[in-house]
Every structure is written in structure tokens, then in C-alpha cells.
Design a binder for this molecule. Structure first.
Ligand SMILES: Cc1cc2nc3c(=O)[nH]c(=O)nc-3n(C[C@H](O)[C@H](O)[C@H](O)COP(=O)(O)OP(=O)(O)OC[C@H]3O[C@@H](n4cnc5c(N)ncnc54)[C@H](O)[C@@H]3O)c2cc1C
Length: 493
């Protein structure tokens, strides 16, 4: 028998960066609201948001080549890069607001400046990078970007990558010092500490088992206490499903029409971590390369300087792989259990369409350590096997849905917010560009789920996030002002 608990205004499922961000926004906008959080693990930020489970890139399209496609006429489409950069600026502003208000402190514990670089080999790629550089550097958001195809300059920028290369290879790179490394695990923990201080009820080792609508229109969330096995029912007017990879099964439990005909495809990840302090010390940048043909966009290889537990670290990857689990701490039955009569055709169509991706993932799973070292040697020709070890990263569940443009069972690589038509429940699916855009995505949740309040909230949102609703790319003076202010507050000089 489940015990019934008192009503709350909001229930947040999952203690990752998304729930942390939504909870923090709501605490500023509606401080009187009663918020409860349920997380099945023993602490916040232990799944994808954990520092070891993602790459920690503050994605702002400064170095990721997949955000700037070459059009058929040879020109470069930078619209996606602009959109992603603008989204990251919203995150910087909200984090700065929290720091300036004394709600979180010591930003160097979660964000550090680090040059973002793109690095390519071969004439064709060099020509592409040069065109990309010209298109981006003309835009205020990408000011300060440099391009070089001169070996001596590249040696100065990335000595570790240049060691052991012949002078005749066509190589090129761009570098911009405005990049960041973000420890999303540390940030999630800071935000949950803040929420607890604001009297949010944060409950760990509590697994959400069921979500159903009551006759009054409220949502009943059934939560199992994993320590004593007992179930409790909690009522709320609004539920946010921020379960990361676990969001799809929870969304399916709501039974809302918007949850139908959606499937999920889990892609796992591995990083290689450098154990040699001398090698770590010789590199200082996040360097993104070009994806291999057939590789999904999230497995673009990159060599990253990271700051974890206050220490400099060096990671390479991610290598993609397949596991039927939707969460790192999930079950091998996750994928199978997510197939329902309403999405089986969608899932089967994706299986047929995505044969190249399946082949790629199978190849990645079969890679031996030495094959992974070969991939690393494309970045660091002199890399030694004994200096590197493997860590298992987080799971990403890519959304599969039917789209007008591409038909049934189309794999999506972005983030999808699914909301009930009355806005009483929202779920976040997908994982890219991910944690960097948490503020943008949660502002979208507020806009879609709280249409009655959003107008009254606008002045406060603008006070916290001055560029809200404004294009920074079209307002260079505002961008300059905001960028300088957030750089100062977050200690990114
Ligand atoms: C390999 C990899 C590299 C990445 N690199 C980057 C990057 O460089 N930059 C970037 O911005 N993003 C990156 N991302 C994406 C980013 O990590 C995610 O978008 C982000 O962490 C998702 O946050 P979340 O809060 O939605 O999910 P999570 O952090 O996974 O949190 C979800 C929480 O919900 C809990 N939960 C699930 N089901 C239940 C349930 N039934 N009951 C109670 N609790 C539940 C889980 O235990 C978990 O704690 C990467 C991801 C991966 C996997």
C-alpha cells in the first residue's frame, strides 16, 4: 500500500544539471513555490552530468566542426554555430547572476578558461577550415579566433600534437581563447546545495516508478524508497522529467499523447585518460577534429585539457559503443522495455534506416585497446600505450521519432523537450549539445509550461539574463558588455 504525501507545486525527477537548472530558475521566479526532487542514486550529478561521464566542453561552437556545414555552393552555413554560441551565453549569464547574488560561490570550481581549437589534416580539410574561419571570424560572437597552417605556429599552439609529424603534411588549426572547460558535476552539486538552502526537498535513493494524472488534473508520482523498499505517492501541479537517459520510460508512463511514437537509441561512450603528468603538462587546449565518415556527430574525436578536482587532466575520445542501458547505472532491459505498440514501427524504421550507424557502433565496440591507441595517435603521433587508460563515460539516449522531413523512425542528435498540451508535464530527451545549453533549454520549458506566468516573470528573467530574447550576434555592443561582465564574474580572464 502506498502512502499519500502532501501536494507540491513542482516535482523534479532526477538530480542532474537539467533539474538543478530548472529548480534554480524557479526558485528565483516563484520563491514561494514548494519544490520536491527525487533522485534514485545517492547524490546529485552522478549520471551524465558527472565530470567523468561527459567531455566538459562549454559548447559554444568555437571548435566543433559539425556545427558549420559546407553548403553545396561551397560556402559555410554558420547559423547553427551562432545559435549554439548564443545559447551558451545564456548559461554564462545565469551562472554569473548566481555568483553575483552569492547563491553559489567559487566559479573556478566549475568553469575555467581554456582555448578551443579545431585541428585538421589534408588539403581539402584545410581549405574547409580556412573558409569556416573566414565566415566565423566576421561575426562578433567569434571575435579573436585565429587560423594557421604554418607548422611553427601550430607547434607553438599544440606541441604535443605536432611532435613526430613530417613538415610536408598539410595541417591547419583555428584557436580561440574564449573557450571554456565546465565541470558540470561540480556545478550540479553546487546548485543542489543552493536548492537545499532554499528549502527545496531533495530526496536521494528514491526511484520514481510511476506517474499518472489524477481526476483533479494533478500528477501523482509514485516513488520507491530504495533503502526500505516502501512506496509513497506525491501529488504535484507540474512535473519535470529530468531523468537523463531514464526520461523516455518515465515520459511513456505519463500516457500523454505527446509521449507516443517516440523511441530511444542508447549510445555509450569511452574516454582515454592520460596518466603521465609530463604529457598532461605539455597540452593546454580542447582540440576537436573531424568526424570519420559514418560516425555520429557526438563521436567527433577530441583531445581535451580538463580541470577535475582542481587538477589538470587530459582526456581523448569519446569512442562510441552500444549498450542496451539507458543510464550508466541502468538495466540491460531498458531498450527492450521501451519498445511499445505505439513506437514499434518508429523503432523498426530507424533500425532499417540507420544501418550505417549500427555498423559504425559495432566496429567501435569491437575496437581493441591498440586500435584505440591508433586513433589517439592520429592526434598525438608519439602517444605511448602505457600513458593512457580507459574510463567509461555516460550513456546518451538519442531520440527516434517520425518527422515530416525525413519520415518514420528518424534519429535525432539534438535535445528534445516534450510537453503535455496543458504544460503540466515536461520531459527532456536527447543529449546534445547538452549540459552547456541547460539554461536555454529550461527557459524553453518555462515558456512552454507556464504561459500564464511567463509575462510577469520577464523582468526578473531579463535582470538575471540580460540577453534573454535578444540576438547577441546582431547586437555586438551588448555582446561585448555581457561577455566582459561574465568573463570577470566567472574568473575567465
Ligand atoms: C560521453 C558524453 C560526453 C558529453 N560531453 C558533453 C560536453 O562536452 N558538453 C556538454 O555540454 N554536454 C556534454 N554531454 C551531455 C551532458 O552530459 C548531458 O546533456 C547532461 O549531463 C544531461 O543532464 P540531465 O540532468 O538531463 O541528465 P543526468 O545528468 O543523466 O541526470 C539524470 C538523473 O536522473 C536520475 N534518474 C533517472 N531515472 C530516474 C528515476 N526513475 N527516478 C529517480 N531518478 C532517476 C538519474 O539517476 C540521474 O541522476 C555529454 C554526454 C556524454 C554521455
Amino acid at each position: 500500500m502506498s502512502r499519500m504525501q502532501a501536494n507540491s507545486d513542482v516535482i523534479l525527477i532526477g538530480a542532474g544539471i537539467m533539474s538543478a537548472t530548472l529548480g534554480s530558475l524557479l526558485k528565483e521566479l516563484a520563491p514561494e513555490w514548494n519544490i520536491k526532487v527525487f533522485e534514485k542514486l545517492s547524490g546529485p550529478g552522478e549520471e551524465s552530468s558527472n565530470e567523468w561521464n561527459n567531455a566538459g566542453t562549454g559548447h559554444s561552437a568555437l571548435c566543433e566542426l559539425n556545427y558549420t556545414k559546407e553548403k553545396s555552393d561551397g560556402s559555410i552555413d554558420i547559423s547553427k554555430a551562432i545559435a549554439i554560441n548564443e545559447q551558451f551565453q545564456l548559461s554564462r549569464q545565469f551562472w554569473s547572476y548566481l555568483v553575483n547574488s552569492g547563491l553559489i560561490s567559487n566559479p573556478q570550481n566549475f568553469i575555467r578558461p581554456i582555448p578551443h581549437m579545431s585541428f585538421v589534416e589534408g588539403e581539402k580539410n584545410t581549405a574547409f577550415l580556412k573558409k569556416r574561419f573566414k565566415a566565423l571570424s566576421a561575426n562578433p560572437l567569434f571575435q579573436g579566433m585565429e587560423f594557421s597552417d604554418k607548422p611553427e605556429k601550430l607547434r607553438e599552439w599544440v606541441p604535443l600534437i605536432m611532435d613526430g609529424r613530417s613538415a610536408n603534411e598539410p595541417l591547419a588549426a583555428t584557436k580561440i581563447n574564449a573557450g571554456t572547460d565546465v565541470n558540470f558535476g561540480a556545478l550540479t552539486r553546487l546548485l543542489f546545495d543552493h536548492l537545499k538552502r532554499e528549502n527545496v526537498s531533495v530526496n536521494y535513493k528514491q526511484r520514481v516508478k510511476a506517474i499518472k494524472r489524477t481526476s483533479s488534473g494533478a500528477w501523482q508520482v509514485t516513488v520507491q524508497n530504495l533503502e526500505n523498499g516502501k512506496n509513497e505517492n506525491h501529488l504535484a501541479k507540474f512535473v519535470f522529467i529530468g531523468g537523463g537517459g531514464g526520461s523516455l520510460p518515465l515520459l511513456q508512463k505519463t500516457g500523454i499523447p505527446e509521449s507516443k511514437h517516440i523511441g530511444g537509441f542508447p549510445v555509450s561512450g569511452l574516454f582515454m585518460v592520460c596518466k603521465n603528468p609530463e604529457v598532461i603538462a605539455r597540452h593546454h587546449a580542447k582540440v576537436y577534429g573531424k568526424a570519420k565518415i559514418g560516425a555520429p556527430p557526438m563521436s567527433v574525436p577530441h583531445l581535451d585539457t580538463r580541470y577535475i578536482d582542481g587538477q589538470k587532466a587530459l582526456l581523448f575520445g569519446p569512442f562510441a559503443g552500444f549498450s542496451p542501458k539507458f543510464l550508466k547505472a541502468g538495466s540491460n532491459f531498458d531498450l527492450f522495455s521501451s519498445v511499445k505498440p505505439n513506437n514499434v514501427l518508429t523503432m523498426l524504421s530507424a533500425g532499417i534506416k540507420e544501418r550505417a550507424l549500427t555498423k559504425y557502433l559495432v566496429q567501435q565496440v569491437m575496437l581493441s585497446n591498440e586500435k584505440r591507441m591508433e586513433a589517439l595517435r592520429e592526434f598525438i603521433p608519439n602517444a605511448r600505450t602505457k600513458d593512457w587508460e580507459i574510463v567509461v563515460a555516460g550513456q546518451r539516449v538519442q531520440v527516434i521519432k517520425d518527422t515530416t522531413a525525413h519520415g518514420k523512425g528518424t534519429l535525432q542528435f539534438g535535445t528534445e523537450v516534450v510537453t503535455a498540451s496543458d504544460g503540466s508535464v515536461a520531459a527532456l530527451l536527447g543529449a546534445s549539445p547538452g549540459a552547456s545549453t541547460a539554461v536555454y533549454v529550461m527557459l524553453d520549458v518555462l515558456r512552454r509550461c507556464f504561459p500564464q506566468q511567463i509575462e510577469a516573470w520577464q523582468p526578473k528573467i531579463k535582470a538575471m539574463i540580460p540577453s534573454y530574447g535578444v540576438s547577441l550576434a546582431e547586437n555586438p555592443a551588448l555582446f561585448d558588455k555581457i561577455h566582459r561582465a561574465t568573463t570577470r564574474t566567472l574568473g575567465l580572464r
